[in-house]
Design a protein around this ligand. Structure first.
Ligand code: HEC
Ligand code: HEC
Ligand code: HEC
Ligand code: HEC
Ligand code: HEC
Ligand code: HEC
Ligand code: HEC
Ligand code: HEC
Ligand code: HEC
Ligand code: HEC
Length: 341
């Protein structure tokens, strides 16, 4: 009797006597057909058996040393009330990790002893812990989030700027980071409070519109860390976040300008702000180009671009000094290898 193998889109007859035994296909001999059981269906049915058992195990009494949030609330009424407005109040309603009865102690550690003695020394207070220990505690839950990639190595972690330097847990209203980080100006204000020199760069004439709140520091930086240096946010894969907005500079171009591909944009631009048009690092474009091209050997017989005659460009003539007059496609071209158009 031929067996039929079905995929989600079509059924194929298998030869006489062939048996399909590969999970997740199950043959029903009498029926002469295959029933496809998706892996997830299988997992769900397994879960139906095991999860209730696991959950009831979670619902047992508190582990040793814990007293539960209700006891904390008894003495810390004000903190408890404000906590209900914090995102972490979710810990009290979710069965995730079985923490709903001891939400306070997820961050403060087991509090039975403290509840008895009321001694400050018997309870963890993140405000008094070393930055590294605070980060570790917060990351015990937040590590798997995408934005935390690189957190451990980033400049903030290395400089003892802990999670709680930027995030509040018990503050409410305008004092809380949740409220502040809802707006671009709120985020920028927080960053500027420490990075005053960077904020000053944004007062220069040619700059991104960060002070106006049209953009935030976090459009370009991930405050938590990044696989790129300087916490630069990535767009796709490891590309710098600049491409999220300046996608026309991404290419791929038929004729690439090597540094745009291989160097950070900040090789030629001051990303925060500059006294120079187009936020360039040099006031005169020619100087910018000649930083590299005075000694780059060109593939043509003409020799080096900025050299003395008989180089192609005679730098004594003013018309050659405005490089981008002719080399308009300085980020890359699809038509001309000399980046002329
Ligand atoms: C019987 C009352 C009582 C209970 C119950 C209680 N606390 Fe306290 N807690 C206090 C007192 C009193 C202080 C000291 C306040 C002070 O000195 O300013 C304190 C201080 C604290 C501090 C600050 C410690 C520091 O180093 O400054 C934290 C954090 C804290 N409690 C958390 C908790 C948590 C979490 C729970 C529940 C597990 C809890 N408390 C239960 C009375 C209590
Ligand atoms: C997500 C982690 C987290 C949770 C959950 C949490 N706290 Fe805190 N708590 C902190 C941090 C961080 C501080 C240090 C103060 C700061 O930096 O804002 C703190 C400080 C405190 C203090 C010291 C007084 C103060 O306001 O600075 C008390 C008391 C306190 N928490 C009680 C509680 C109670 C009661 C609960 C449960 C209702 C709770 N905490 C839940 C992180 C947490
Ligand atoms: C016990 C696990 C746990 C710990 C420890 C913990 N968090 Fe959370 N955090 C959560 C959960 C759960 C949420 C709510 C997520 C949601 O609403 O989807 C949350 C939410 C947040 C949010 C808000 C996210 C948003 O989308 O608005 C911030 C910010 C945050 N946590 C920072 C911290 C900081 C800072 C610490 C350390 C002081 C910390 N967390 C410790 C579990 C934890
Ligand atoms: C330098 C300031 C700063 C530090 C330090 C910092 N954060 Fe944040 N965090 C922010 C800002 C700003 C946002 C708002 C998101 C944005 O603008 O992109 C945010 C967002 C978040 C969020 C919610 C959205 C998301 O991106 O997942 C969580 C959760 C969070 N932070 C957790 C943490 C934890 C945990 C730590 C410590 C390991 C930490 N943060 C350290 C500034 C900071
Ligand atoms: C509590 C002070 C403080 C706050 C708030 C703060 N920073 Fe920092 N930041 C530092 C310190 C300290 C360093 C390390 C010294 C340095 O490199 O300048 C640093 C380093 C950096 C670096 C360089 C990182 C590296 O790996 O070289 C970037 C980028 C940065 N911060 C961006 C931000 C952004 C964006 C915000 C706002 C979300 C912010 N910072 C908020 C203190 C702060
Ligand atoms: C348009 C994108 C962009 C914005 C917006 C931006 N940055 Fe940067 N930032 C960069 C780039 C790119 C670098 C790396 C420069 C380099 O390679 O020298 C950098 C470097 C830094 C550094 C380390 C080097 C230095 O100059 O001290 C800090 C700190 C920093 N930025 C903080 C901030 C803060 C704070 C804000 C908001 C007020 C901000 N940045 C906004 C792109 C940006
Ligand atoms: C969130 C979007 C966004 C990101 C991310 C971004 N930019 Fe921009 N950029 C803009 C906008 C919008 C303008 C136009 C600003 C204006 O007209 O005031 C601009 C203008 C510029 C200019 C021209 C300025 C002038 O004077 O004409 C340069 C150069 C530039 N960006 C470089 C960068 C670099 C380098 C990065 C990455 C480090 C970057 N940008 C990231 C939005 C962005
Ligand atoms: C080799 C130096 C160099 C590099 C590297 C470079 N740029 Fe430029 N960029 C320039 C020059 C020169 C101009 C001015 C062109 C002009 O005046 O016509 C410019 C202009 C710009 C402008 C404004 C005018 C326009 O064409 O839109 C933006 C935006 C810009 N660059 C973004 C970027 C981004 C994003 C990167 C990184 C991927 C980058 N640049 C890398 C040299 C460079
Ligand atoms: C950071 C160094 C650097 C800077 C700054 C720079 N270039 Fe280049 N440029 C290169 C390199 C490297 C190549 C590739 C040379 C090669 O392939 O032999 C190149 C290639 C070129 C080419 C194509 C040469 C060819 O293969 O025919 C032109 C045209 C060019 N650059 C113009 C400019 C102009 C105009 C500027 C200023 C706006 C500039 N470059 C700034 C490094 C730089
Ligand atoms: C008047 C127009 C003009 C100006 C201005 C100009 N160039 Fe060129 N450049 C050319 C032409 C035309 C070529 C030949 C392109 C080709 O055929 O590949 C060239 C080629 C190049 C090459 C490739 C070298 C080679 O031999 O292929 C480089 C690098 C270069 N220029 C850099 C510069 C720099 C740097 C400046 C500013 C100091 C500059 N150019 C100004 C027209 C100009």
């Amino acid at each position: 009797m031929p067996l039929t193998r079905c995929t989600p889109t079509k059924c194929v007859e298998l030869g006489e006597g062939l048996r399909e035994e590969v999970f997740p296909y199950f043959a029903i001999p009498g029926e002469n057909r295959m029933i496809r059981l998706s892996r997830s269906t299988a997992m769900v049915s397994l879960a139906v058996f095991f999860v209730p058992a696991w959950l009831s195990a979670q619902e047992t009494t508190l582990p040793k040393g814990y007293v539960g949030s209700e006891t904390c609330a008894g003495c810390h009424d004000e903190v408890n009330t404000s906590f209900q407005k914090n995102a972490h109040n979710k810990l009290t309603t979710t069965k995730w990790r079985g923490m709903q009865e001891r939400a306070c102690e997820t961050c403060h550690g087991p509090g039975a002893k403290h509840a008895e003695t009321n001694e400050t020394g018997d309870i963890l207070n993140p405000a008094k812990m070393p930055a590294g220990a605070v980060d570790k505690m917060c990351l015990s839950c937040h590590r798997n989030s995408k934005t935390q990639v690189g957190t451990i190595q980033n400049g903030h972690a290395r400089s003892a700027v802990s999670c709680t330097s930027c995030h509040t847990v018990h503050k409410t209203g305008q004092e809380s980071s949740d409220w502040q980080f809802r707006t671009a100006t709120g985020v920028n204000k927080k960053c500027a409070s420490c990075h005053t020199n960077v904020w000053a760069s944004f007062q220069k004439p040619h700059r991104h519109k960060v002070p106006e709140g049209a953009m935030t520091c976090t459009n370009c930086h991930n405050p938590h860390g990044s696989i790129l240096a300087r916490n630069i946010r990535t767009a796709n894969a490891a590309e710098p976040g600049c491409f999220a907005c300046h996608s026309d500079k991404r290419g791929p171009f038929l004729f690439e300008h090597a540094p745009v591909r291989t160097e950070p944009c900040s090789t030629c631009h001051e990303p925060h702000g500059s006294a120079n048009p187009r936020m360039l690092t040099r006031h005169e474009v020619a100087n910018q180009c000649l930083e590299c091209h005075s000694n780059i050997v060109s593939p043509t017989p003409a020799g080096i671009a900025g050299g003395v005659p008989p180089a192609l460009h005679d730098m004594r003539q003013p018309k050659y000094r405005n490089c981008t007059m002719c080399h308009q496609k300085v980020h890359g071209s699809n038509v001309h290898r000399g980046l002329l158009r």
